[in-house]
Design a protein around this ligand. Structure first.
Ligand code: DAT
Ligand code: MG
Length: 138
């Protein structure tokens, strides 16, 4: 059993796509074990994306991620990290495969609807950044 961390990003929440995205998660068989609506502060966004701080898009990415409410979630299941990345599709919606969330709901490489952890270590860090252990289902 593996856990991964997901964000339904501001553009998707603002366009009322959260229900559609959660529906795809549920239909995939991944189990939602943590879920919350929140809005990132500037410090939250800068810290969460610190790995990208030298990239030219970092400032814009942090602006965008703080621009409105997001839904943060923890998903569990066998191979959850890869399964959630596969459901999302490639970072750039223009390059994402047909039927993926980013293809169907992303607007561009920055406003790409969802976030997903990329490895077990980052999943653990990202989950701990947003959730206390007691907030997660066993
Ligand atoms: P992913 O979200 O698929 O893991 P990433 O970790 O490389 O992709 O980048 C994190 C986020 O940063 C991504 O979801 C959107 C933004 N981003 C990535 N590459 C970008 C680019 N070339 N221009 C603008 N934003 C970008
Ligand atoms: Mg990433």
């Amino acid at each position: 059993m593996e856990r991964t961390f997901a964000i339904i990003k501001p553009d998707a929440v603002a366009r009322h796509l959260a229900g559609d995205i959660l529906k795809r998660i549920e239909a995939s068989g991944l189990r939602v074990v943590g879920l919350r609506l929140t809005q990132l502060s500037r410090a939250d966004a800068e810290s969460f994306y610190a790995v990208h701080k030298e990239r030219p898009f970092y400032g814009s990415l942090c602006d965008y991620m703080t621009s409105g409410p997001v839904i943060v979630a923890v998903l569990a299941g066998e191979g959850a990290i890869k399964r959630w990345r596969d459901l999302m599709g490639a970072t750039d919606p223009a390059k994402a495969a047909a039927g993926t969330i980013r293809k169907d709901f992303g607007q561009n490489v920055e406003q790409n609807a969802t976030h997903g952890s990329d490895a077990p270590e980052t999943a653990a860090q990202e989950i701990a950044f947003f959730f206390r252990g007691l907030e997660l289902l066993p």
